[in-house]
Design a protein around this ligand. Structure first.
Ligand SMILES: Cc1cc2nc3c(=O)[nH]c(=O)nc-3n(C[C@H](O)[C@H](O)[C@H](O)COP(=O)(O)OP(=O)(O)OC[C@H]3O[C@@H](n4cnc5c(N)ncnc54)[C@H](O)[C@@H]3O)c2cc1C
Length: 382
């Protein structure tokens, strides 16, 4: 057992760290305040190859693996989570379903631009009326000749409405299974398809420089060939995508948790109270020690889940544990970092204010903490 990184992994980590500090940190606060999408940062991330990290070179990828993506996400989120979730959603929710389940034609059509970061894709599972209970999907797709006709709506879809969004994959009910249950399938809907409407962006608590929209499909017609993978396999497909995605969200949460440690140490050394830096007080030191302990253990949890996944072993429980633990830790660390910053922690000019606002969604997106507990308990035979 060896959790030390290889030279190649260390090199990736330090180049993303440098990019996050030198390119993301100076400009992201303004995007966050203005609720604008950081196109220039995304363009540079594309040039660095971050969108192609876990994909083979034959599709335009970097030939790395899912763990490489996680390392990049951790380093980005250490500075900013809007940028990190843009990458996470683009890769693990946007491009990955096409890579995993697409035909050769679909891969050739979409992957090169998605993996270069020139284009983004969204993953439309959640609906206004159902999220955790994804089996409750109401969006329907009916085959009419050689076209699917889609009707319904999707809620909170990341990367679905940017100027460079090329498509959204949508889960829809396409029939009834022999056991009477809903037959769910996944269909590619290119941006700009008539009948596909992207609502204005939500007003969010956090992730304010990321792109999130409600989508509606009103007699939206796409070719039958846009079916992604086998008809009726939609449920199995999104379970696979979400299992992997949880490791990525855990990495992102660890980054935020570690960013809270970074900012707290810096502030505690500078801020004076009662004649000395607050970092001299044991109460502050212990808070920071606890924060570091939490970030470290959460990191080990996602390393373990990723190692199992890459070894081809079962990893569902470990991914859920990593996501549950890392998101809890992120919220804890954001709260403590804000406390260490005192009144300045409540001011948006300090990164910890962003960390605080960005932490809560980690306990909700890609499966709530309750859903993670359900997965763990089920895997324990309960
Ligand atoms: C900013 C943002 C970006 C997102 N991006 C995407 C995206 O790109 N694609 C996408 O498809 N979705 C996306 N989502 C949706 C996200 O995954 C869902 O919000 C999440 O899965 C929870 O679903 P819900 O909001 O419908 O909550 P609900 O499922 O309605 O849950 C409400 C509460 O009830 C609890 N609950 C539900 N069932 C049970 C149960 N059986 N036992 C105990 N408690 C239960 C939940 O844990 C939660 O606390 C995004 C959400 C946000 C906010």
């Amino acid at each position: 057992m060896d959790f030390r990184l290889s030279d190649e992994q260390e090199a990736l980590r330090s180049s993303v760290r440098e990019f996050a500090r030198e390119v993301v940190a100076p400009t992201i606060a303004e995007h966050y305040e203005q609720h604008t999408f950081p196109y220039e940062i995304v363009r540079q991330m594309g040039k660095m190859g971050l969108f192609g990290l876990p994909f083979p070179e034959e599709h335009g990828g970097m030939g790395g693996d899912y763990f490489a993506l996680c390392l990049a996400l951790e380093e980005l989120a250490r500075v900013d989570s809007s940028v990190a979730i843009t990458l996470e959603a683009a890769v693990s929710l946007g491009a990955m379903p096409i890579y995993r389940f697409g035909t050769e034609e679909q891969k050739a059509q979409w992957l090169p631009k998605l993996l270069s970061g020139e284009a983004l894709a969204g993953f439309g599972l959640t609906e206004p009326g159902t999220g955790s209970d994804a089996g409750g999907t109401r969006t329907r797709a009916v085959l009419d000749g050689d076209e699917w006709v889609i009707n319904g709506s999707k809620a909170f879809i990341t990367n679905s409405g940017t100027d460079i969004t090329a498509l959204v994959t949508v889960t829809a009910v396409t029939g009834t299974r022999p056991d009477g249950g809903k037959e769910l399938s996944t269909i590619i809907v290119p941006s700009g398809t008539p009948g596909f409407t992207v609502a204005p962006g939500y007003s969010k608590v956090g992730w304010n420089a990321s792109d999130t929209h409600e989508l509606t499909f009103d007699d939206c017609r796409v070719p039958a060939a846009n079916l992604l993978g086998e008809r009726g396999r939609g449920f199995a497909q999104f379970l696979r995508i979400l299992d992997e995605g949880r490791i990525a969200i855990a990495a992102l949460a660890v980054g935020l948790a570690q960013g809270c440690v970074d900012e707290s140490i810096k502030y505690a050394k500078e801020r004076q109270a009662f004649g000395q830096p607050i970092g001299n007080y044991q109460a502050i030191q212990f808070k920071i020690a606890d924060m570091e302990m939490k970030a470290h253990t959460a990191r080990l949890a996602y390393y373990d889940a990723a190692a199992r996944m890459l070894a081809g072993e079962p990893f569902k429980r470990q991914a859920a544990i990593a996501k549950l633990h890392a998101s809890t830790v992120a919220v804890d660390n954001a709260r403590e970092a804000t406390q260490i910053h005192g009144g300045y922690g409540f001011m948006n000019e300090y990164p910890v204010a962003r960390f605080w606002r960005d932490s809560k969604i980690l306990e909700i997106g890609e499966g709530t903490s309750e859903v993670q507990r359900m997965i763990i308990a089920r895997d324990l035979g309960m």
